[in-house]
Design a protein around this ligand. Structure first.
Ligand SMILES: O=C(O)CC[C@@H](O)C(=O)O
Ligand SMILES: [Zn+2]
Length: 553
């Protein structure tokens, strides 16, 4: 072991000599050898982390229909005071006009649901409903008065059939509330295919697979509370997409309950099946608007033992781009993450998250890049990474860097990147944009927004550079409509003009349903609306989201 450290250290001395620049020190630490991704990344959400291993339940879903006619017939999505008692001021609410065709819940409905689910899974208590009615940012507030927690496909099917016949709208939801038991995931270790219930928490699946020597093909900051059904229905991207691709590639099959209660078995486990339309893709990323996913089969990659993480500083955005270009060529098949954050994002993390230390404290840099490699051959992976870093430093792409020497350091590097959303939440109000853009144009947008807003806001750019996915976040002390008017529609128009997507991985939801035309042709949106009407003629599934409501009336 000692020998290896000595050898590695000398290679970085060489680096420094070649660069003749005293500040170009790659802080080198002994590399470690474990697939620590599995165990160390902390959840960046504020939601409680559930530690049950393996089996977890099915879906939770909210009946979003109101049953108190005395109250307004509107569903308000309004800003709430957020965590840590920060005052967000008064904000103009986004108000969604309630579809008058939907029924309201009555006493007989409750009796029916209790008969199917048992009293404990029919929740009307305001306190229990509150977290489910509020999004993670505390920006949108629903007003559902009832939460139903079916424990299996059959219960869900009966409920949906009933809701459909009564024209009661429902909001499918995963990951927000407590668990209700469930069944054991089934795993085939030769093919690496996992079959599990939709309510399985991502982190539990990761632990389950870890024991078998496999990993999940997706990893998210929110893994401690998000559920695989929610991940698939929103086509969540995350930190491993650069290596394993999107869920459209790794999900092999689904079981789905349609709005009318019909259970559709598409739970194949085959990599190849060319027998006609591959309908599971309709449900991946449709945000619960076409059906509710109850089971998932997914291809899981083998867990590889050699993992390295480098935290690097770049002086300008062009260096980040060139670094990515080189990483794809020189690290090739072992590259498993390529993330970036700008100085503004770094400062927020250092300022707002407890115990975070800057691994590169000797100077202030404009950009930071986190590169992870995952491979099966320690020595050749090491050689590759070192050759890559040497080349990058010689060419002036990297100004400083640190290589994690153990799990704690690796964890602390990831914590910086994954902690950006949480730091933004703590900083005040935040306007979030999740954009796909050509990599070479991406940061121009951040700079243009910065100029537009001047000192009124802290404009932050970070994200999955390896996937061309920018998280543009604008942070202000409190929500302000004049700021919003300077960002939108500018940001959407800019993205559309550069042939990008206004939602790279977060979906459209309520926030962007009306903005869909910036990224999709009207013919495509019409076809989406036709499919929605075919599968959910009464429009009860997750109303007002994804497709502009006017197209469905
Ligand atoms: O909050 C955001 O803007 C991004 C959240 C998440 O997708 C991430 O990559 O950290
Ligand atoms: Zn992201």
């Amino acid at each position: 072991m000692k020998k290896r450290i000595a050898a590695v250290t000398s290679s970085y001395r060489l680096l420094n000599q070649k660069n003749h620049a005293s500040n170009r020190i790659l802080h080198h630490h002994r590399r470690f050898n474990a697939n620590f991704n599995q165990v160390i990344r902390s959840s960046s959400t504020s939601e409680g982390v559930t530690h049950h291993c393996g089996p977890v339940p099915l879906k939770h879903f909210l009946a979003s229909c109101r049953w108190d006619l005395q109250k307004s017939s509107l569903i308000h999505m309004q800003n709430m005071p957020i965590i840590q008692q920060r005052n967000f001021g008064s904000v103009a609410s986004t108000i969604v006009q309630r579809n008058p065709l939907f029924s309201t819940i009555n006493h007989d409905d409750i009796i029916y649901f209790e008969k199917i689910l048992g009293v404990k899974n029919v929740i009307q208590d305001d306190e229990e409903l509150q977290p489910a009615n509020t999004d993670w940012m505390h920006k949108y507030k629903g007003s559902s008065k009832l939460m139903l927690q079916p424990e299996n496909t059959d219960e869900l099917s009966q409920i949906l059939k009933y809701c459909n016949s009564r024209c009661l709208a429902v909001v499918p939801q995963g990951g927000n509330t407590g668990l209700v038991g469930g069944s054991v995931p089934v795993f085939d270790e030769v093919s690496g295919v996992l079959v599990c219930d939709a309510g399985c928490i991502l982190e539990n699946l990761i632990s389950f697979l870890d024991k078998q020597g496999f990993i999940m093909p997706l990893d998210l900051g929110a893994k401690g509370s998000c559920q695989i059904g929610g991940n698939v229905s929103t086509n969540a991207g995350g930190l491993r997409l650069v290596r394993y691709g999107s869920l459209h590639g790794t999900v092999l099959g689904l079981e789905v309950v349609l709005a009318n209660g019909n259970v559709i078995d598409m739970l194949g486990t085959l990599r190849k099946d060319n027998t006609g339309y591959d309908l599971k893709h309709l449900f991946i990323g449709s945000e619960g608007s076409l059906g509710i996913i109850t089971k998932v089969s997914i291809l899981t990659p083998a867990k590889l033992s050699a993992v390295n993480i480098a935290f690097l500083a770049c002086q300008d955005y062009i260096s980040c781009q060139k670094l990515l270009f080189q990483a794809k060529r020189r690290l090739g098949e072992i590259l498993s993450a390529f993330e970036f954050l700008d100085a503004q994002a770094m400062n927020l993390v250092l300022q707002h998250l407890d115990g975070v230390r800057n691994p590169l404290p000797s100077a202030i840099y404009n950009f930071y890049v986190l590169i992870e490699t995952t491979g099966s051959n320690e020595s050749s992976d090491k050689e590759k990474l070192e050759a890559f870093l040497l080349h990058a430093m010689e060419n002036g792409l990297v100004s400083d860097g640190a290589l994690a020497q153990d799990m704690n350091q690796a964890s602390s590097f990831w914590h910086i990147r994954e902690g950006v959303p949480e730091a933004l939440m703590k900083a005040g109000a935040v306007y979030k944009y999740d954009l796909s853009l050509p990599v070479e144009k991406m940061y121009d947008l951040v700079e243009e927004i910065r100029i537009r807003l001047g000192a009124a806001a802290n404009v932050v750019g970070y994200g999955h550079l390896g996937d061309g996915n920018l998280h543009l976040n604008v942070s202000t002390p409190q929500y302000d409509d004049t700021i919003l008017a300077q960002i939108e529609p500018f940001v959407y128009e800019w993205t559309s003009r550069h042939h990008g997507s206004i939602s790279a991985e977060h979906g459209l939801g309520l926030m962007k349903a009306e903005k869909i035309y910036y990224s999709k042709s009207s013919g495509t949106v019409q076809l989406m609306a036709s499919i929605k009407k075919l599968l959910d003629p009464s429009g009860i599934l997750n109303p007002y989201k994804v497709i502009p409501p006017s197209l469905l009336s």
